[in-house]
Design a protein around this ligand. Structure first.
Ligand code: CA2
Length: 143
């Protein structure tokens, strides 16, 4: 089992801006923690971040060919705008879990709709960096 973790736009700023909303953990710390979790679980895991919609789409499209068995994705702002990312996810056979640091339903109305949610296995939103860990556990079938 080898999981791909994808972080969308602006998540490279994690821990450096808006700690009240997104927490004070940096992206490197978050990815380090996920790497540790993967080692404990005996699975492979690789994290990638991009501010570019096309890069995320290319990674989703290529995931199966690269040997990944599932994807945990935080699409960031593209959650609420990207038909193209949704189409890419719906076009692959791998299980995908959508995660969000914040509870998108407790925020502005424009964040309540996700183009991605209908084509993923499930959504985890509002648990900070723990959302990603829960996403990994969900994909390997552990609760
Ligand atoms: O809660 C989440 O994880 C979001 O996907 C984060 C997105 C936002 O557009 C979604 O509605 C919910 C924004 C990511 C921006 O990340 C930042 C992190 C630190 C400082 C500034 C932005």
């Amino acid at each position: 089992m080898k999981l791909l973790v994808l972080h969308g736009p602006n998540l490279n700023l994690l821990g450096r801006r808006e700690p009240g909303v997104y927490g004070s953990t940096s992206l490197a710390e978050l990815d380090g923690g996920l790497q540790e979790l993967a080692q404990q679980l005996g699975i492979g895991l690789e994290s990638r971040q991009s501010n570019y919609e096309g890069a995320l789409i290319d990674w989703v499209q290529g995931a199966e060919g690269e040997g990944f068995t599932g994807i945990v994705i935080n699409p960031g702002g593209y959650t609420h705008t990207s038909v193209a990312l949704r189409d890419a996810i719906s076009g692959i056979d791998l299980p995908v879990v959508e995660v969000h640091l914040s509870n998108i339903f407790a925020r502005e109305a424009f964040r309540h709709h996700s183009y991605v949610s209908p084509v993923v296995q499930g959504v985890i939103s509002g648990f900070g960096t723990e959302s990603y860990r829960l996403g990994v556990l969900a994909l390997i079938g552990r609760r």
